[in-house]
Design a protein. Structure first.
Length: 70
């Protein structure tokens, strides 16, 4: 279970970096719906939301490196 959570957090970090670089490889629908000029300025907002999700998920998780899973 911990490995799955760690993998998910890794994906969130990857997606954040990609959004910051305007790389929409993993966001094909966004890429199809938005022209390049429409995304301008939004990447910072989206990256911040991904970071908040990662922080919340990591901070609120029942499983952590310091706890043992029963």
């Amino acid at each position: 279970m911990f490995a799955h959570m760690k993998a998910f957090l890794g994906k969130l970090k990857l997606w954040k970096r990609q959004i910051e670089r305007r790389d929409l490889t993993h966001f094909t629908t966004v890429h199809e719906l938005c022209a390049d000029n429409e995304l301008s300025g939004k990447e910072t907002e989206y990256a911040a939301e991904l970071q908040k999700l990662a922080d919340k998920f990591n901070g609120d998780s029942v499983i952590s490196k310091n706890k043992t899973w029963p």
